[in-house]
Design a protein around this ligand. Structure first.
Ligand SMILES: Cc1cc2nc3c(=O)[nH]c(=O)nc-3n(C[C@H](O)[C@H](O)[C@H](O)COP(=O)(O)OP(=O)(O)OC[C@H]3O[C@@H](n4cnc5c(N)ncnc54)[C@H](O)[C@@H]3O)c2cc1C
Length: 397
């Protein structure tokens, strides 16, 4: 049962309300069987990307597809789309989100030629995008990136290993972050668009995870790209990565919200239909307590997610603190909501392939990628302390 009550909140305008309702209807008709599949994830993802492209939904992740930089990514639309698609199935959300994460560095920092070369085909679902930041020794610690990009005439030569790369193996291009060495640590990184068929780039290992989706380790060996594949200025790679994550972190919270919504729906339906001790399960007060906490957590997560999205769209260029809060709370809360749904289903909840069992696997990685929960806490604490330190210094505390 899709509950659209939250669309009355003041964060949205009528275009957002229409988007959420139309996408839900489209997903019911156009991708329903695909969202149930867990095998052949490569083919399923390619098909989902193609259908999302044909359906026109990917224009929300690539608003600058016609070459102009002025069309901004609307974070509320991204969040509504991810929440809706996640409710229908993890792979549908994944296919949509990765087209955005993998192309946002080009949307945000690409020059006109780069935007024209990649974005229209990402929007149409004809090119699959990927974002290659993490390395074996540089996950949470982005400043430790070791992949190098050495300038050689009009080219850069990339060497190193990228791992945990979503869409690795099926992507047509990767936005690769590498060390160009303008300064130590994070200030010496640059971002490059590397086509998947570039000589010297190979998928060295496919990684299997508990909620299957295309994921791989990439090896770059003497991988030469023309200078025209560099995004923004040399040395601005960290800025490119963080500005992208600033937008997509909030949307990870939205995906978690979609999973939590689905779990709450399933658990509440079970509570009113399952008879136990001569009455519906939902009449047991301890089950009511679980449902009350689940419903409250879902609404609280939605408020934080859409607060962050609205703030980015309407009030502030950077929303580091709001996005961190949205991702932290929504992903942690969704994990608890789903765990309780499994409990309410009893034995059925742990049967392989049952919707709540799938959600139980699906949610886990969201607390780790795009900054683990502990990283989000570090960000929130730093920003909170900075505000109080500034007040103390100015004597306004
Ligand atoms: C399914 C999946 C998909 C992914 N997709 C992509 C992708 O498309 N592109 C990409 O570039 N990367 C991707 N990643 C990588 C992801 O971003 C990293 O896994 C993540 O940043 C954590 O890095 P790590 O795995 O190296 O863990 P580590 O950095 O080793 O951290 C391990 C744990 O240490 C704790 N920790 C870390 N820092 C702190 C701290 N400051 N304080 C306290 N505790 C801390 C956290 O609990 C963390 O989980 C993906 C990962 C997964 C699991």
């Amino acid at each position: 049962m899709a509950d659209f009550e939250f669309l009355k909140w003041p964060f949205f305008d009528d275009a957002h309300r229409a988007l959420a309702e139309r996408l839900d209807e489209w997903a019911n008709h156009d991708i329903a069987p695909l969202t149930e599949r867990e095998s052949d994830v490569d083919d399923t993802c390619r098909e989902l990307v193609a259908r999302l492209g044909r359906g026109g939904w990917l224009r929300h992740v690539v608003p600058a597809a016609d070459g102009g930089a002025s069309e901004r990514l609307d974070v509320r639309s991204l969040c509504l789309a991810r929440e809706t698609l996640a409710r229908h199935g993890g792979l549908a959300d994944f296919a949509f989100a990765m087209q955005g994460l993998g192309s946002a560095p080009i949307s945000l920092f690409g020059d006109e030629a780069q935007r024209r070369k990649y974005l229209p085909r990402v929007r149409d679902g004809e090119k699959i995008a990927a974002f290659a930041l993490s390395e074996p020794e540089a996950g949470s610690d982005v400043a430790a990136i070791d992949t190098s990009a050495r300038r050689d005439g009009d080219e850069y030569v990339l060497d190193g290993t990228k791992t945990w790369i979503s869409n690795g193996g099926i992507a047509d291009f990767y936005v690769v972050f590498a060390r160009t060495g303008e300064a130590p640590g994070a200030r010496g990184l640059s971002a490059f668009v590397v086509d998947a068929d570039t000589a010297g780039l190979e998928v060295s290992e496919r990684i299997r995870v508990i909620a299957p989706h295309p994921l791989a380790t990439l090896r770059l060996r003497d991988c030469r790209v023309p200078q025209s594949q560099l995004l923004a200025q040399p040395g601005s790679g960290f800025k490119v990565a963080m500005a992208t994550l600033d937008i997509f972190r909030t949307t990870v919270g939205a995906a978690a919200l979609g999973f939590a919504h689905r779990a709450l729906d399933a658990a509440a339906h079970r509570a009113v239909t399952r008879e136990l001790f001569g009455a519906p399960l939902g009449e047991l007060q301890m089950v009511q307590s679980m449902l009350a906490e689940m419903a409250t957590a879902v609404d609280a997560a939605a408020l934080l997610v859409y607060r962050a999205a609205w703030t980015r769209d309407c009030a502030a260029e950077r929303v580091t603190r709001e996005a961190a809060m949205a991702k932290l709370y929504a992903t942690e809360a969704a994990q608890e909501v789903i765990d309780r749904a499994v409990q309410i289903f009893g034995g059925l909840g742990v049967v392989s392939g049952h919707p709540v069992e799938r959600l139980y696997r699906e949610i886990r990685a969201l607390r780790i990628y795009e900054g683990a929960s502990e990283i989000q806490k570090v960000i929130i604490a730093r920003q909170t302390l900075a505000a109080y330190e500034a007040a103390a210094m100015s004597g306004n505390d």
